[in-house]
Design a protein around this ligand. Structure first.
Ligand code: CA
Ligand code: CA
Ligand code: CA
Ligand code: CA
Length: 569
């Protein structure tokens, strides 16, 4: 039987660039360090509480557990542990479970640090290495590593189930509870396998081919699971049935994974590269950043998408956040079928020019993040065939997605947005005659998932789409050119406008757009005056002058304005 796997303290202290070149830091998104704090001694595990944004830390070297507020203030610190190796927070009451490794115990701490429960020691537990709370029933799964067993504890500490030991399991390093169905994923490390256990302990599946799996993080939204496959220097994404969705390299001893169930993305502690990596649901690298030293643990906060890092050999804890990207303008020239995209909201030449679709064209442009890669790309809608042609790169080429939607032919106006807030944009239509929006939640043919009245019937009002309240969900709006008035709604349901304000001229021929021009997470409106080729962008959804005014494109112009985050920045 192999020994429990984990990087030795000496290896950790010697963490440095070795045989592998450090992958260059890349950015499809901008990640900021919100906070970095010291005073730790070999922090080994972090677990964020999405309810209040606070973070628990297993501070192995000091034999303490620490509770840090969202802003970095220390809320509590308590000792008496012996190499605490893992923490897992219960967001229901803010309590925290601890794998107290050398005390051979599991400890349950109240939000304020009071000890609620402590298990018997050896031989009940023997070097527990991982804990994972199921927030649905407040139970806790344990990898009891040196016993080669998996244990399921009720909230009160009662043992609900205990697996057979070796050889069924062999030094399992990591567990991840699934609140959707009570199941649990296990990194059965020294068996080089990943196992998915039902709530009662039965094995859904067990698959091999890992070398060795040291960390698992399950996504309750789709039942998939991410795996850090340490010596293969790869990260693996498994479907609900265990099928491999993705496997990718370029890591150097990936040691911890943490999935964000809101958008399916995954953070990776890339240990020997001294980097943290953010992967999209399909494995695309969204961000890779350095400045860490032997980071051993990551924990994503699904409430805001931020990520806490145990920067272990730096003896620090770091809180990373994804900065909202700046949305900028673009023009679509139907005559030439060309898109002219601009990465700043200022005058100057186009940053990206490419042909997509027919020329001359009667198709209308839409923009969105069709594949959840945190960048907007172009699409076109043919009213004749009622078909969207969506391109996943801002470059020439065929449509990556073709979506039939609406009756053919029609005179409806195409829109796009992330109606569910799950990270990808999908299409919709506005029918002026009926004052009705038809929104679809997936980029596939099918009926509207959302149909609702907004605005008058038989109108000339133009639809715009944005996240007006910054909650991550795009909702609808209308622009009445006659009165120069915007009507914005914060939910995709029938009802009155949540925001109504004048902007720009009355009896307007200007075209409305919307975007997050000042990257504060809130979309606001803008107008494009074709006669002068001038954009007028407003940073508040309230009456007032334009915050940004600039010329872009020809004057007079026959181009249609667009808005999007073309560069992820
Ligand atoms: Ca979506
Ligand atoms: Ca919203
Ligand atoms: Ca904004
Ligand atoms: Ca941008």
């Amino acid at each position: 039987m192999r020994r429990a796997f984990w990087p030795s303290a000496m290896a950790l202290l010697c963490a440095s660039v070795g045989l592998f070149a450090v992958p260059a830091a890349t950015h499809a998104e901008q990640v900021l360090e919100l906070w970095r704090g010291g005073g730790f001694n070999f922090p080994y595990s972090v677990s964020v509480n999405p309810t209040d944004g606070s973070c628990w830390v297993a501070d192995l070297g000091s034999n303490q557990v620490v509770h840090v507020a969202q802003g970095g203030a220390e809320l509590w610190r308590g000792g008496g542990f012996s190499w605490p190796r893992a923490v897992s927070v219960d967001p229901n009451d803010g309590s925290c479970w601890v794998a107290d490794y050398y005390n051979n115990q599991i400890v349950h701490l109240a939000q304020g640090g009071t000890e609620m429960w402590r298990s018997a020691g050896y031989p009940t537990f023997n070097n527990p290495l991982s804990v994972s709370v199921n927030r649905a029933d407040e139970s806790c799964w344990v990898a009891d590593t040196s016993d080669s067993q998996i244990v399921h504890l009720a909230r009160a500490g009662t043992e609900l189930w205990r697996s057979p030991g070796y050889p069924t399991f062999q030094a399992p390093d990591s567990v991840s509870a699934n609140p959707a169905d009570g199941s649990c994923w296990v990194a059965d490390t020294s068996n080089d396998q990943v196992v998915h256990l039902a709530q009662g302990g039965a094995e859904f599946w067990r698959i091999g081919g890992f070398y060795p799996p040291v960390s698992v993080s399950g996504n309750p939204t789709d039942g998939s699971c991410w795996v850090a496959d340490y010596y293969s220097n790869q990260v693996v994404h498994l479907a609900h049935d265990g099928a491999q969705l993705w496997r990718g390299g370029g890591f150097y001893a990936p040691v911890c994974v943490s999935v964000n169930p809101t958008d399916g993305s995954c953070w990776v502690a890339d240990y020997y590269n001294n980097q943290i990596v953010h992967l999209a649901q399909d494995g695309t690298q969204l961000w890779r950043g350095g400045g860490f030293f032997g980071p051993l643990s990551v924990s994503v906060n699904p409430a805001d998408g931020s990520c806490w890092v145990a920067d272990t050999s730096n003896n620090q804890i770091v809180h990373l956040a994804i900065e909202p990207p700046t949305v900028t303008v673009g023009l679509y020239d139907p005559a030439a079928g060309n898109s002219y995209l601009h990465n700043t909201n200022a005058g100057g030449p186009a940053d990206l020019t490419f042909r997509f679709g027919p020329a001359p064209s009667t198709w209308a442009p839409v923009t969105g993040d069709w594949n959840g890669h945190e960048m907007d790309t172009i699409g076109l809608y043919s009213e004749t065939t009622a078909t969207f042609y969506l391109r996943s790169a801002n470059a020439p080429g065929p449509a990556d997605l073709t979506v039939r939607f609406g009756p053919a032919p029609n005179t409806w106006l195409p829109v796009a947005g992330d109606w569910e807030g799950d990270g990808d944009s999908t299409v919709g239509l506005y029918r002026q005659a009926a004052g009705t929006f038809y929104l679809r939640n997936s980029s596939t043919a099918g009926p509207a998932d959302l149909t609702f009245r907004f605005g008058p019937t038989d109108s000339t009002w133009l639809p715009i789409i944005g996240d007006w309240d910054g909650d991550g969900t795009d909702t609808v709006g209308l622009y009445n050119p006659a009165s120069g008035t915007f009507y914005l709604r914060d939910s995709n349901t029938a009802g009155v406008a949540d925001l109504t304000f004048r902007f720009g001229p009355t009896a307007s021929t200007w075209k409305p757009i919307a975007g997050d021009w000042n990257h504060d997470g809130i979309d606001t409106v803008g107008l494009y005056n074709l006669a002068t080729g001038t954009f007028y962008l407003r940073d508040d959804n309230a009456p007032g002058p334009a915050d940004l005014t600039f010329r872009y494109g020809p004057a007079p112009s026959t181009c249609l304005p667009m808005a999007g985050d073309w560069d992820g920045l």
